[in-house]
Design a protein around this ligand. Structure first.
Ligand code: CP
Length: 301
């Protein structure tokens, strides 16, 4: 693996190679041990958008696999003086970054950067396009719980239209042979994806017999755009509640990429309940990111 720009271009074998490697990395995490696949290499995080989980876990992952880590704080960097993405990337090249982990509000920014710099690029979320390591950690969590991904029914509920997490999950889950259902208010659904998966406004139909129920963050700023009448009404219709979960399989699990709006897309009792794997997802994210960085490190030689 030379870089990771998205899930769409990965084969099932490539996804499983990352998940298998991440299993070993999770064992190290649980033993509080480290490895040295990236010893002597430099990883830079370049986040043009806010993040808690992804940025922290990439930085911890890089440290855990033996890399030097530096984080470019975009808010106090020369980006604020108008420096372009290419020039910022070339500066990181000149400072010997081997891997640049980028999050950007524009879809395609990681691909653009990768075409213009020498360092390997890892996409940590670009616009509404992809969030590949989030999907990989979701697959890892599903496989750890069910022992397989093929044949699972995964209901993804919320602001699907603007969600890079939903897209990366769709591409990967289709490749791995799972069934995907997108659900939410019509204004938050990608109505052109009906040929790829089931798209419905009916949460009971979406969750019925599901193995995995994944909530997506409602981007509160969209409420001002009139995408749905009120947060209370959204929660009443599409919020993940114990009652809605009763339509899923008895051993169904609840996932959410975070950050969560408690009481909007998912109720607190569900989030704190035994079906919720939201905190496990975060730990699994560290394992998956250690695996991704290590596999790229192997290519670097
Ligand atoms: N899931 C996710 O991307 O969370 P952060 O925005 O906190 O990184």
């Amino acid at each position: 693996m030379k870089e990771l720009l998205g899930i769409k271009q990965l084969s099932a074998n490539e996804i499983y190679e990352i998940l298998d490697f991440a299993e070993d990395m999770k064992k190290l995490i649980l033993k509080r041990e480290k490895c040295s696949f990236l010893r002597g290499r430099r990883v830079t995080t370049l986040f043009y958008e806010n993040s808690t989980r992804t940025r922290t876990s990439f930085e911890l992952a890089a440290e855990n696999v033996g890399a030097y880590v530096n984080s470019l704080d975009v808010s106090t960097s020369s980006v604020q003086k108008g420096e372009s993405l290419i020039d910022t990337g070339k500066t990181l090249d000149a400072l010997s970054s081997d891997i640049v982990v980028i999050r950007h509000s524009k879809s395609g920014a990681p691909l653009f950067l990768s075409k213009n710099i020498s360092a390997a690029v890892v996409n940590a979320g670009d616009g509404a396009n992809e969030h590949p390591t989030q999907a990989l950690l979701d697959f890892f969590t599903m496989r750890q719980h069910f022992g397989r991904i093929e044949g699972l029914k995964v209901a993804i509920i919320g602001d699907v239209k603007h969600s890079r997490v939903a897209r990366s999950n769709l591409w990967g889950l289709k490749t791995l042979g799972a069934e995907v259902v997108f659900c939410g208010p019509k204004t938050l659904l990608p109505l052109d994806m009906g040929s790829l998966c089931t798209v419905t406004t009916d949460p009971v139909a979406a969750v019925y017999d599901a193995d995995v129920v994944m909530g997506l963050r409602i981007q509160l700023e969209r409420q001002k755009q009139g995408m749905f009448p009120s947060l209370k009404e959204y929660n009443a219709m599409w919020g993940i509640s114990e009652k809605l979960l009763s339509y899923a399989k008895p051993d169904a699990i609840v996932l959410h990429p975070g950050p969560v709006n408690r009481g909007v897309e998912i109720n607190s009792d569900v989030l704190n309940g035994e079906k919720s794997f939201v905190n496990t997802q975060v730990t699994n994210g560290l394992a998956v990111r250690m695996a991704v960085l290590s596999l790229i490190g192997k290519e670097l030689g």
